[in-house]
Design a protein around this ligand. Structure first.
Ligand SMILES: NC(=O)c1ccc[n+]([C@@H]2O[C@H](COP(=O)([O-])OP(=O)(O)OC[C@H]3O[C@@H](n4cnc5c(N)ncnc54)[C@H](OP(=O)(O)O)[C@@H]3O)[C@@H](O)[C@H]2O)c1
Length: 211
């Protein structure tokens, strides 16, 4: 799969999903943007170019071999009802938990089951390969610092298995950032809001030192 330009379904095409979808399209990946209002995404797809298209959330989930998830964190259970288990797909989770936006329910569940944010998301899609990435970077920085292959900024990521690790590593690299693997999803605490990698704009060597 690594040498192919696999299809990417973007679920949630706002600040992060919109920016990343444009980058992936520029890097040569077939992209489908989606949200609950796909009719509002035509201009984004035109801006992305490179054949980027627009669809419903279900269509993007079907289209993508890789699914980029970029919606309000607390909406994941609703999404699962819509798209099912995403069996066999790679799910890249960019979401962060903000209780004032997402409510107390996810926080209570995570505390009860002793789950990190990435593990809570992954628990809804047990037959997908799940990675956590792009959640530590401000979307404006994500837009401005991409494709700097000479001096790439570090993007940390964790992955549930080898497939998710390899594909996420490739995607981060292909859009001109330096992937820094933090381990499996259990290693992603350092990437959560307020933790040591959150919003850090570092060179890869500096990030490795912090880890
Ligand atoms: N902003 C940042 O710099 C940043 C950085 C790192 C991580 N994050 C995290 O990334 C995620 C997305 O943030 P964002 O800033 O990109 O948000 P955003 O600009 O508000 O975009 C959210 C997208 O999700 C869609 N959406 C909302 N509710 C949905 C639902 N129930 N089902 C499916 N799609 C839904 C929205 O479109 P419709 O309303 O049309 O459906 C929109 O396309 C959040 O979890 C955020 O915490 C943000």
């Amino acid at each position: 799969m690594q040498d192919q330009k696999f299809n990417i379904g973007v679920i949630g095409s706002g600040n992060i999903g919109g920016t990343l979808g444009k980058h992936f399209a520029k890097a040569g990946y077939p992209v489908m943007f989606s949200s609950r209002h796909p009719e509002q995404l035509t201009a984004l797809a035109e801006e992305a170019g490179h054949g980027a298209r627009v669809g419903t959330i279900e269509a993007a989930a079907g289209f993508g071999e890789v699914i980029l998830l970029s919606i309000p964190f607390g909406k994941t259970p609703d999404l699962k009802q819509q798209v099912g288990t995403l069996e066999g797909k790679v799910l890249i989770d960019t979401n962060n938990y903000y209780p004032q936006r997402d409510g107390d329910l996810p926080g209570n569940e995570m505390a009860k089951k002793n789950l990190l944010e990435s593990e809570w998301t992954a628990s809804h899609f047990p037959s997908a390969s799940v990675a956590k990435a792009f959640n530590t970077i401000y979307y404006v920085t994500l837009g401005g610092r991409a494709f700097d292959h000479e001096n790439p900024m570090a993007i940390p990521f964790g992955a549930s298995d080898e497939k998710a690790k390899e594909i996420t590593n490739t995607l981060i690299h292909d859009i001109g950032f330096a992937p820094v693997h933090v381990g499996d999803l259990g290693g992603t605490r350092s990437m959560q809001p307020g933790q040591k990698l959150y919003t850090k704009e570092l060179a890869p060597g500096e990030m490795q030192k912090l880890l």
